[in-house]
Write a protein that binds this ligand. Structure first.
Ligand SMILES: [Fe+2]
Length: 279
């Protein structure tokens, strides 16, 4: 697998004062067994290659976001290896659960400094809110009353902070029927709240294993590829895309502007089964 695209990104060059740099890693689906593969690829190797690429671009971001499904089997051994890998960035790492996570087990391993499972953080004039959109034992997403209350309360408490909202699941359909059966089932109360708070700059998520950036009801929605397999966008049936693993880099500017780009490895992981009918 290639990891050496020349670092021609200008994203982190000449940043103005107050800019916050962050990297998002999502859906690495590693296993307790380091040799185990998903759709033909070793997900641990793939994650390690993506981390190497990310660190070439920016070795120490201000913060790292891990947006769920980092461990496929919710195993302690998997979480432990994730904790080691993410701690190496030397910055705070904020983790939220995906449908493959068991939040209690995840928190045992990913909620000790420099790793945190928190409801929100405020840094500079930005607020980042971390929502748990999981439904135990189900692949789809839901924001329960407690999460909606947390969101509402945090938005009300920090009305002057530009706000980035993060969760695992996609809050609107992305145009793939099979994937959209696993979207957030109750987007209405979410968007209702967001429309009432003009400080919200974007909602950021994983889960869809593809790049996504659109606006819905005036809110920017940003989805991020996986560090392992990608799904074919805009196709109703499950399909593995021929795009390599990757991550998202982002800058939050004091003005409220978000600059962001996805960076992918140069080559497909060894063994990827492009004809796979499911995972
Ligand atoms: Fe997921």
């Amino acid at each position: 697998m290639g990891t050496e695209p020349t670092n021609d990104s200008k994203l982190f060059d000449d940043l103005p004062d107050g800019a916050i740099t962050l990297l998002q890693l999502s859906d690495s689906h590693i296993y307790a067994d380091q040799d185990r593969c998903l759709v033909g690829i070793n997900t641990q190797d793939s994650l390690d290659q993506v981390i190497a690429l990310a660190r070439q671009q920016l070795s120490t971001p201000d913060l790292l976001l891990a947006t769920g499904d980092l461990v496929h089997d919710a195993s302690a051994a998997g979480y432990q290896r994730i904790a080691e890998r993410l701690s190496a960035f030397g910055c705070p790492v904020y983790c939220l659960p995906g449908n493959h996570d068991v939040p209690k087990v995840m928190q045992e391993h990913l909620n000790r400094p420099p790793l945190y499972c928190l409801p929100s953080l405020q840094r500079g004039n930005w607020s980042i809110i971390f929502l748990d959109s999981t439904i135990p034992g189900k692949p789809g997403g839901h924001l329960d009353d407690a999460q909606l209350e947390l969101l509402s309360e945090t938005l009300n408490r920090h009305p002057k902070h530009h706000t980035l909202i993060t969760m695992h699941h996609h809050p609107v359909p992305v145009g793939s029927a099979w994937m959209d059966t696993m979207a957030l089932v109750n987007p209405e109360p979410l968007f209702h709240l967001l429309e009432q708070h003009s400080q919200v700059r974007a909602v950021l998520f994983g889960h869809i294993h593809q790049e996504f950036d659109t606006k819905h009801r005036g809110i920017r929605l940003i989805g991020t590829p996986s560090t392992c397999i990608q799904f074919i966008a805009g196709q109703d049936k499950f399909g593995i895309d021929s795009k390599p693993p990757g991550y998202r880099a982002m800058v939050l500017l004091e003005s409220g502007e978000i600059r962001t780009e996805v960076r992918l490895l140069q080559a497909l992981p060894l063994g990827l089964d492009l004809s796979s009918g499911g995972y």
